[in-house]
Design a protein around this ligand. Structure first.
Ligand code: EPU
Length: 332
């Protein structure tokens, strides 16, 4: 266990905000976490890799971070395996492990920043796959009581970028292990965007080829947080009613869209791009020049500058399209 007071969070948020936590505790096991929760008082924030956060200032409470590690096959059947992974494992290390062992299901989620615990909170998703498609179980400790609870996937209320851990149970549980169901004879998912184009006419494709294609696509579009502070997609893609979609489509027939349950999803990045924001800056906060959904810290940006840019973009999108967009990033 590691414990610090007035601890700099600079290396714990990919936006590169130089803020401090009053207390910072990193634990290595469920037993350590249970001991810590009995002593907690005041505000508590559990972080993962800090890749989906924007700190608006110092955190006057306790920041918890899991260092629970381990990737273990706990059950093997004819077609699939159950793999139990510590919440503190780096997500892409787990994807790399799965692909290296020939287990399919997470290769489309290659290179998503963050840790395994957060994959179950955020229901991370990319290139036609979401974490919920492969999550079998989520183990968690209730912060108030120290009691353990195991959630089946259906109890997690998963939907696009949403889960029970972000809504009804927000801040109430710390995830300790996630068990994923992976395929031994993987079915490749190549329908989204330009995956097929990037793979070219290569034959006998493997999950390793898919992982490499996703890595290439992401590297071409998304900024490396080590070079340019950012938290991935800053906004969620809004889902609008069919009527609203048809009325906007009349004016913008080239607008990309995806039919989803409950309506039509419109890419926020496309709308922000149409508003002329791509590559533009307000102070030291900017819209990434290759993907308008991503806001970046050009160096030394304050959280106020990023929030002002976010608010201005939301206002412009609303004015042009009559559609509300909302941050995906958690503002703390
Ligand atoms: N588009 C533009 N201009 C832009 C950005 C996008 O015209 O600046 C258009 C694209 O041409 C495409 C459509 O919008 O027609 C969708 O773009 P893209 O495929 O890049 O995906 P996205 O909807 O912008 C989502 C996820 C990403 C994920 C990609 C690929 C959210 C909030 N974001 O972005 O997730 O990598 O799909 O699956 O759903 C993240 O969460 O950090 C993240 C990067």
């Amino acid at each position: 266990m590691k414990e610090y007071t007035d601890y700099s969070l600079l290396n714990h948020n990919t936006f590169g905000m130089d803020v401090k936590a009053k207390h910072y505790v990193e634990y290595d096991s469920e037993e350590e976490l249970k001991t810590i929760v009995s002593t907690l008082c005041g505000k508590v924030l559990h972080i993962g890799g800090g890749s989906n956060l924007l700190f608006k200032g110092d955190f006057e409470g306790t920041v918890l971070h899991s260092a629970i590690r381990g990737i273990e096959v706990v059950e093997e059947k004819t077609d699939d395996v159950l793999v139990r992974v510590g919440a503190g494992e780096v997500w892409d290390d787990f994807v790399d492990w799965a692909v290296s062992n020939g287990y399919g299901g997470v290769e489309n989620l290659s290179l998503i920043p963050g840790e395994v615990g957060a994959s179950a909170v955020q229901n991370i998703g990319a290139y036609g796959v979401e974490a919920k498609d492969v999550i079998a179980l989520v183990e968690a400790i209730e912060l108030q009581s120290g009691q353990k609870r195991v959630f089946g996937t259906e109890e997690c209320d998963y939907s696009y970028r949403q889960s029970i851990f972000k809504n009804q149970l927000k801040g109430k549980y710390a995830i300790t292990f996630v068990t994923y169901r992976l395929q031994k004879q993987p079915t490749l998912k190549l329908e989204y965007g330009n995956i097929k184009a990037v793979l070219g006419d290569k034959e006998n494709l493997t999950i390793s080829d898919v992982r490499q294609a996703i890595i290439d696509i992401r590297n071409a579009k998304l900024p490396d947080p080590k070079v340019l502070g950012n938290a991935g997609s800053f906004f969620m893609n809004p889902v609008v009613s069919r009527e609203k979609f048809l009325s906007v489509q009349k004016d913008y027939p080239q607008m990309p869209f995806y039919e989803v349950e409950g309506g039509v999803k419109i890419p926020a990045g496309w709308m922000i791009d149409q508003c002329g924001w791509k590559g533009k800056a307000l102070g030291r906060a900017a819209v990434h020049d290759k993907q308008a959904l991503v806001l970046v810290n050009l160096g030394g940006a304050t959280s106020d500058e990023i929030v002002t840019l976010c608010d201005t973009i939301c206002k412009d999108v609303k004015e042009k399209f009559g559609i509300d967009i909302h941050p995906e990033v958690n503002l703390i």
